[in-house]
Each structure stands twice: as C-alpha cells, then as structure tokens.
Design a protein around this ligand. Structure first.
Ligand code: COA
Length: 286
C-alpha cells in the first residue's frame, strides 16, 4: 500500500518564501494541513474561520513551529466580513500571492431528507462562499503571479450528497471560467478534489464508525484513507512556480477514487438501503 509522502524530502524548504496565503476554513482538517505545509515552506499564512478562537489557535500553533501566521474571523457567506478580513490579512502580511478557498459545510442527507434551507445552506457556504472569498481577495491578489486554489469534491454523482455535489460542480465551473478570464493577467486558478481524508470533520460525519470506514476504504484503488499531508503536497505543487503553466485544473487527490465514477458510493448506498429494508421487515427500529 502507498504511504503519505513527507514533503520535506520533496520540496525545497523555501519553496514559498516571501509569499502570503489567505486560507479559508484553515482552523482544522485539510485546510489546516495546507496552512502548516505552506508555512513550513516559507509562506506567511492568514487563517480565516468562522470561529476566531479556533483560527487564532491554529495560527498560534504555526507560529510556535517557527512560521508566520495570523488568525482572522469571517463567515464566508458574508461578503462584507470577508472584505474586512482580507484587509486585515494584508495589514498583517502584505498583498496576497495565494488564495485558498477551503471553507465548506457538509452533512450526509438524501434529497428527500433535506429542507430547502439545508440545501441552500451548503450551496451558500461551498459555492457562494468560494466566490465571495475569491471576489473579496481579488483586489489584493498579486498580478501577475497570483494563484487561486479551491477545495472541490467528488466530481461525480454521490448519493446522500446532492447538495455538496451540486455546489462543488459550481466551484469547478467557477474555477475553470476564472482560469480563462484571469489567464492574461497572470493569475492561475485551480482546484483539488480530495478523496476520503482522515482527521477531518467531513469524514467524521460521513464515516462515523469502523464499519463505514472499511466500506470507504474499499472505494479507493490505493486502498487507504488519505491524510491532510497528501492534499497539502498537491497544493504546494499547484501554488508553486513549478506549476506556472498549470491553470483550470480540477485535480483529484484521492487514491484513484474519482476515476471509478460514483459507482463505489452507489454500492455503499444500495447496501445501506438493503440493510434498512431487512431491519424494517424484521421489525428493528433504526
Ligand atoms: N441533515 C439534514 N439537514 C441538516 C443537517 C443534517 N444532518 N444538518 C443541518 N441541516 C439543515 C438544518 O436543518 C437547517 O435547515 P432548516 O432550517 O430547514 O431546519 C439548515 O441545514 C441549516 O442548519 P444550521 O445548523 O442552522 O446551519 P449552520 O449555518 O449553523 O451550519 C452546516 C452549517 C449545516 C453546514 C453545519 O453542518 C456546519 O456548520 N458545518 C461546518 C463544518 C463542516 O461541515 N465541515 C465539513 C466540511 S466537508
């Protein structure tokens, strides 16, 4: 089985020296892993989260490890708050080289089991939040040389995730359209589709027990969950000069899961439906 790769042996330590990244949702999980890796490679990071204490604690951890970091607060659904936070970021560390739109909201629910407001909430955070982040950061983004990276998801139909799949399809379309519009100003725009990643709130919600984890593992050709470092390695490449001719790419970093389409997740869904039907027939309450 493959193992996560240590970026210290891959990328030169000053890969992002002198750069500044604004990272939304950076207080935990995948985005914190990216923030830590960027900082370890010389980048100042502004961590933006809904919860100021959490963002500041994440920033303090990076500073304690020898990096440069600041925590700021905004809800990505609030454009004015994002504009103010982007200005705070610039005051702290100067103009932006990198914008990482990572904030997301998710819960598993079938279309029949989610209210219009539940669906709207996820679209507001994932799609409009990504747009708001990029739009608020744009006046501060270096041209040429700036880099935008969004965290997408799936790219294929996945039962119980219509709200997320729909919102992230919008993120992918936004990514590629912006890549076209901003190419001539020298700003690259890319996205990553993470597979199942350990240590994230999203996976804790989607695979809350060992049985579900085992089922998820079987949907990944490389046969393991990813770790935040796997995503950070791809992010380091995409925002670095090594990717200076790469734009409009929606890169799955998922152990090969995306390549199989939505079939593995459909298999999990069918098994869940069959189990529920058996339990109902046996009179077991869910
Ligand atoms: N199933 C169905 N609907 C749900 C739900 C669930 N598990 N969880 C929330 N909702 C619905 C709520 O019922 C509500 O709709 P309603 O007003 O019609 O009842 C709507 O979503 C908004 O919920 P609320 O809790 O008020 O929203 P919020 O803005 O406080 O939180 C969420 C946003 C719902 C996305 C919340 O899960 C969250 O904050 N997540 C952030 C962290 C996260 O999801 N990380 C994973 C990233 S991949």
């Amino acid at each position: 089985m493959t193992q996560p790769h240590d970026p210290a042996t891959t990328f030169r330590p000053d890969l992002l020296a002198g750069k500044h990244a604004l990272i939304t949702g950076g207080g935990s999980g995948i985005n914190l892993g990216i923030a830590q890796s960027f900082a370890a490679h010389g980048c100042a990071v502004t961590i933006l989260g809904r919860n100021l204490d959490k963002a500041q604690a994440a920033a303090a951890g990076i500073v304690a490890a020898g990096g440069r970091a600041t925590g700021v607060s905004a809800d990505v659904r609030d454009f004015a708050a994002l504009q103010a936070a982007a200005e705070q970021a610039v005051e702290a560390h100067g103009p932006l080289d990198i914008v990482l739109a990572g904030a997301a909201g998710n819960f598993p629910a079938p279309v029949d089991g989610i209210s219009p407001n539940g669906f709207k909430t996820v679209v507001d955070i994932d799609l409009l939040g990504t747009y708001n982040t990029i739009k608020a950061a744009a006046p501060h983004l270096k041209t040429p040389g700036g880099s935008v990276l969004s965290i997408s998801a799936y790219g294929v139909p996945v039962p119980m995730q219509a709200h997320v799949v729909a919102a992230k399809a919008g993120v992918d379309a936004l990514t590629q359209t912006l890549a076209v519009e901003w190419g001539l100003r020298g700003v690259r725009v890319n996205a990553i589709i993470p597979g199942p990643i350990d240590g994230t709130e999203g996976m804790a919600r989607l695979a809350p027990d060992e049985k579900t984890r085992a089922q998820f593992t079987r949907t990944v050709p490389l046969g393991r969950f990813g770790v935040p470092q796997d995503i950070a390695n791809a992010a380091l490449f995409l925002v670095s000069d090594a990717a200076s001719y790469v734009t409009g790419v929606i890169l799955p970093v998922d152990g090969g899961q995306n390549m199989l389409g939505g079939a593995p997740q459909y298999g999990m869904y069918l098994a869940m439906q069959e189990r529920a039907a058996r339990e109902a027939a046996a009179g077991v309450s869910p």
